[in-house]
Design a protein around this ligand. Sequence first.
Ligand SMILES: C[S@@+](CC[C@H](N)C(=O)[O-])C[C@H]1O[C@@H](n2cnc3c(N)ncnc32)[C@H](O)[C@@H]1O
Length: 189
Amino acid sequence: MVIKPMLAYVRTLLTEVLNEGDVAVDATVGNGHDTLFLAQLVGESGRVYGFDIQAEALASARARLEEAGVAERAAFFLESHAEMREFVPAGVKAVTFNLGYLPGGDLSVVTTEASTVPALQAALDLLVPGGILSVMLYAGHDEGKVESEAVLDWAHHLHKKEAHVLMYRFWNQKNSPPILLAIEKRGRL
Ligand SMILES: C[S@@+](CC[C@H](N)C(=O)[O-])C[C@H]1O[C@@H](n2cnc3c(N)ncnc32)[C@H](O)[C@@H]1O
C-alpha cells in the first residue's frame, strides 16, 4: 500500500526529524514500543524522557529497552505527562502521545482530557522550531470521545504561525477509527 498505515506514517515523521544526540519524549510509555523506537533514533548520545502513571507499564518498557541494549538512553518517570515541564529541559525534537489505555493492562486507567490537553501544550512549548508532536487519538470509548474532541479543539485553535497541524485518518473506516495529529512547531509568535 502506498498510503502509509498510521503508525508507519508517524514513524516516517519521527525518522525524518530525529538524529543522533537529540532529545525526545514518550508522553505515554505503555509497553514501550514507541520509547524503544525513539531510543534507537536518538542513538547513544541522545536521550528519551518517558512518562506513565502505571509502574507496570514502566517496568515493561524498561525490560524492552534493556533487552535491546538501549536502556541507558531513556529516563522513565512515574508521573503524569502534565508534569513534564518539571523533568524535561527545553530543546526537544519530538514528542509522542499514544492516548487511551495500556494494551493488556488495566482498561480502567485511561488518558483524560484534564491532563492530556495541558500536557500537549507543555510538549509544544518544549519543542524546538521544526520539532514534531504526534498524537494518536482513539474516540471509540467514552472517555476517548470526550478527550479526542478536546484535543482536536485545542489543535484547531493553534495559531498557524505557531504550528502546522495535520490531521491524518482513514475516512472510510467504520467504528471510530483512530485519528493521528502531526504537529510541527514553527517559530514563536
Ligand atoms: C495506549 S497506551 C500507550 C502505548 C504505548 N505507546 C506502547 O508502545 O505500548 C497509553 C498509556 O498512557 C498511560 N497514561 C494514562 N494517563 C497518563 C498520564 N496522565 N500521564 C502519562 N501516561 C498516562 C497509560 O497508563 C497507558 O500506559
